[in-house]
Design a protein around this ligand. Structure first.
Ligand code: NAX
Length: 331
């Protein structure tokens, strides 16, 4: 039998946490044959709710779940973890300045970086979900210098999956037959959902999405804004932000990273930029990646047209600006 993998979920008493922990305990993230021990962290005001989640995990009698640590102590939460999913953060409240929200999250991610660096298992893989996801991940990387930069990522898979969903609805095809969309840049409304390399598997082979949709105005307009604004549309409809789709995307992200992407398929991940595609280097930028043996590689050599170039640049500029804002909160 396999040794259990320890998975940390921060903010585990929140909405996404409540959807995510049962998925992990059922093997959705790491495989149906992989036992797990869940580490759940939240802050003291949520301690009782967190304990309630722990009770429900016990009550669900998940065969793969070999233990649950529910705590408000960061060190206890981080000790020995192999995978860390960082969902906890400070939400933007009405009337709050961007800088104030940034400042709260910078201090959370700075201290959690140190705890992970000192107490997590070697080679721990980190996924930051909490917003501003890219910049929280960058702060985590900066303050955990002994964790390899390639181990620190942020979630843009939800945006990626939303793009697949929109194409599948437009063409009335199975979502599982659509692949290789790309989310470039920031997990914010400046993200660029790119379909220029996306394909659909049809009975007569793989066809480019542009060829099948035959509506460039839609692909260059409404499609992009729908994906960019989908989070807001969910809030409007549900009076709560996306949770089940975010949890599912977090599982997809870690599963593909650990177990590999299928041959011929790439996914989107926020990773430490090396300047590929002339994106700014030194920020966490979402790229198309393939994964093998637990490591991601940026897909190289894709053609970027003029329309895309502008979008890659503007989301990159926003990330550079966020990085500066985050650094200005450090002093
Ligand atoms: P909730 O407010 O329901 O849950 C957040 C939880 O984090 C709360 O239980 C809170 O007590 C806890 N928390 C706060 N500070 C903490 C700290 N220092 N350590 C540990 N826990 C802490 O929010 P939820 O809807 O679950 O969303 C969580 C985060 O995901 C938010 O930042 C949200 O903006 C972000 N999202 C990111 C997405 C992505 O695609 N990257 C999509 C979904 C979501 O909007």
């Amino acid at each position: 039998a396999k040794e259990p993998v320890r998975v940390l979920v921060t903010g585990a008493a929140g909405q996404i946490g409540y959807a995510l922990v049962p998925m992990i305990a059922r093997g959705v993230m790491l495989g149906a044959d992989q036992p797990v021990i869940l580490h759940m962290l939240d802050i003291p005001p949520a301690a009782e709710a967190l304990n309630g989640v722990k009770m429900e995990l016990v009550d669900a009698a998940f065969p793969l779940l070999k233990g649950v640590v529910a705590t408000t102590d960061v060190v206890e939460a981080c000790t020995g973890v192999n995978v860390a999913v960082m969902v906890g953060g400070f939400p933007r409240k009405e009337g709050m300045e961007r800088k104030d929200v940034m400042s709260k999250n910078v201090s959370i991610y700075k201290s959690q970086a140190s705890a992970l660096e000192q107490h997590a298992a070697p080679n721990c893989k980190v996924l930051v979900v909490a917003n501003p996801a890219n910049t929280n991940a960058l702060i985590l990387k900066e303050f955990a210098p002994s964790i390899p930069a390639k181990n620190i990522t942020c979630l843009t898979r939800l945006d990626h999956n939303r793009a697949l969903g929109q194409i599948s609805e437009k063409l009335n095809v199975q979502v599982s037959d659509v692949k290789n969309v790309i989310i470039w840049g920031n997990h914010s409304s400046t993200q660029y959902p790119d379909v220029n390399h996306a394909t659909v598997t049809t009975p007569s082979g793989e066809k480019p999405v542009r060829e099948l949709v035959k509506d460039d105005a839609w692909l260059n307009g409404e499609f992009i804004t729908t994906v960019q604004q989908r989070g807001a549309a969910i809030i409007k409809a549900r009076k709560l932000s996306s949770a089940l789709s975010a949890a599912s995307a977090a599982c997809d992200h870690i599963r593909d990273w650990v177990l590999g992407t299928p041959e011929g398929t790439w996914v989107s991940m926020g990773v430490y930029s090396d300047g590929s595609y002339n994106a700014p280097a030194g920020v966490i930028y979402s790229f198309p990646v393939t994964c093998k043996n637990g490591e991601w590689t940026i897909v190289q050599g894709l053609a970027i047209d003029e329309f895309s170039r502008k979008k890659l640049d503007s989301t990159g500029a926003e990330l550079t600006e966020e990085k500066e804002l985050a650094y200005s909160c450090l002093s």
